[in-house]
Write a protein that binds this ligand. Structure first.
Ligand SMILES: CSC[C@H]1O[C@@H](n2cnc3c(O)ncnc32)[C@H](O)[C@@H]1O
Ligand SMILES: [Zn+2]
Length: 432
């Protein structure tokens, strides 16, 4: 396609609007949506036309928490609680990861995410230059950060912090703006208070947001109280974290006062229902968070605790489990689940031109094939997207106006090589 092109006869999803699905047209000019509506656009010149019949166009899905390279550990350490899983299974294997392992594990995840309709992902890990290389080459949008565990001598702590800062300086706004950076101490239980304060200072100096794991398990909250006399939310507030734009992952174990603190400080919460269920961490208080005005988004976490990166599955889980827990069938309705996975996800990542199909927004969107048995009849296509669809239904994906997935095939990455190299990387880790 040239710089300007048009989709016609497609169905378009605008969750939250008075008419959340309509049939019509969308015009894309370079990386931006310039028109969307039921009426044919008035254009000065003839433009290439993409036939949208039998397709539902949606904003690309936004995965706001994960560790892409952990796809190499998918199925390695199932049915364990978080601390055992981390200490006995993940950390010993991750200690052996080379830059190449991170590259191929990330490539495997990015391939899975793109094919499943995720157009933006957040990644917190080590060897982040290799993650950024994959993001740059694949065409996906990425919010990247060197995640830091500070359970080490001061000298190593300083070196890790310096790496996090150098990574952010090098990659923030790289790849035509598709890559942005954050600053990321791993968690209050792996980073001592004075070390977290250094990350807050770095985030101030670089004018970047902060991301961390927080209040994932009951045990973590109790340990935080025992160690520091405060629950994690008050602890991080005291350390100044929320003076920066912040996004916390999990936030499963919150009391009312903590929800109020998060809302007051405009701290976003990345809800990871699949990972939280699998690690038996609990269920986050999403309806209460939404009611308090907290921006809630969705993350898969790594593929080793999920065990896939299907954001349709996370949307469905988010829409279902809160009904089950609260006994209220209106808790997290389908339209809200879709907004959580798109619009609120982009807001959580401070990407103000992403997450909705509207003029002036980035042309990050996907098309799902709605002419399939499990998506018929077309009673309510927002409902079908959340309750009936899956990653397998994604037919096409565009980021920044460029097509990346066409009829389910990736145009930017060598799928065959990635599948082979990822398997080899895992076998290499076992034998190292
Ligand atoms: C410092 S790089 C990221 C670090 O996070 C670990 N991790 C993966 N999933 C979780 C989770 O659910 N809670 C806490 N930490 C997690 C991963 O293994 C890496 O070591
Ligand atoms: Zn995580």
């Amino acid at each position: 396609m040239g710089t300007k092109w048009m989709i016609r006869n497609g169905k378009f999803a605008v969750p939250g609007a008075d008419k959340p699905v309509f049939e019509g047209y969308m015009v894309i000019d370079n990386d931006l949506i310039t028109y969307i509506g039921e009426e044919a656009p008035v254009l000065e010149e003839d433009v290439p036309v993409f036939e949208g019949n039998r397709l539902l166009f949606l904003p690309g899905l936004v995965n706001t928490h994960g560790h892409a390279a952990m796809s190499l550990l998918r199925g390695y350490g199932d049915d364990l609680a978080l601390q055992v899983w981390l200490q006995e299974k993940m950390w010993p294997m991750e200690g052996k990861f080379t830059g190449d392992d991170v590259y191929w594990g990330t490539a495997l995840s990015v391939l899975e995410m793109l094919k499943g309709g995720t157009t933006t992902f957040l990644d917190m890990y080590d060897h982040m230059d290799r993650v950024a290389e994959v993001a740059e080459a694949s065409g996906i949008r990425a919010v990247l950060m060197r995640g830091v565990i500070g359970l080490c001598p001061a000298e190593v702590q300083n070196q890790k912090l310096a790496e996090a800062v150098a990574f952010a300086k090098k990659w923030h706004n790289a790849a035509d703006g598709r890559i942005t950076a954050m600053i990321s101490p791993h968690s209050p239980y792996t980073c001592p208070p004075d070390y977290i304060e250094k990350f807050v200072q770095a985030a101030h100096d670089l004018d970047l947001p902060i991301h961390t794991h927080m209040s994932e398990t009951r045990r973590e909250v109790e340990q935080n109280e025992a160690d520091y006399g405060l629950r994690p939310v008050a602890h991080l507030e005291k350390l100044g974290m929320f003076t920066r734009p912040s996004l916390v992952a999990h936030a499963v174990h919150l009391n009312d006062e903590e929800i109020e603190i998060l809302a007051r400080n405009q701290v976003g919460v990345s809800h990871n229902p699949g990972s939280n269920l699998k690690l038996a961490s609990g269920v986050a208080r999403v309806p209460e968070l939404l009611k308090a005005g907290v921006t809630v988004s969705l993350g898969t976490d790594g593929a080793a605790s999920n065990n896939n990166l299907d954001m349709f599955e996370e949307m469905r889980l988010a829409a279902l489990i809160h009904k089950g827990v609260s006994g209220d069938p209106t808790a997290v309705p389908a339209g809200e689940a879709l907004r959580i996975a798109t619009e609120y996800g982009a807001k959580s990542l401070f990407l103000n031109q992403v997450g909705r199909l509207a003029p002036g927004m980035k042309a990050d969107f996907i098309a799902i094939d709605i002419d399939q048995p499990h998506l018929l009849p077309h009673t309510d296509l927002i409902s079908h997207t959340v309750y009936s669809a899956s990653a397998k239904d994604v037919e096409h994906v565009w980021v920044d106006g460029k097509q990346i997935i066409k009829h389910g095939e990736c145009l930017t990455l060598d799928e065959e090589a990635i599948r082979r190299k990822a398997q080899e990387a895992f076998e290499g880790l076992l034998n190292r």
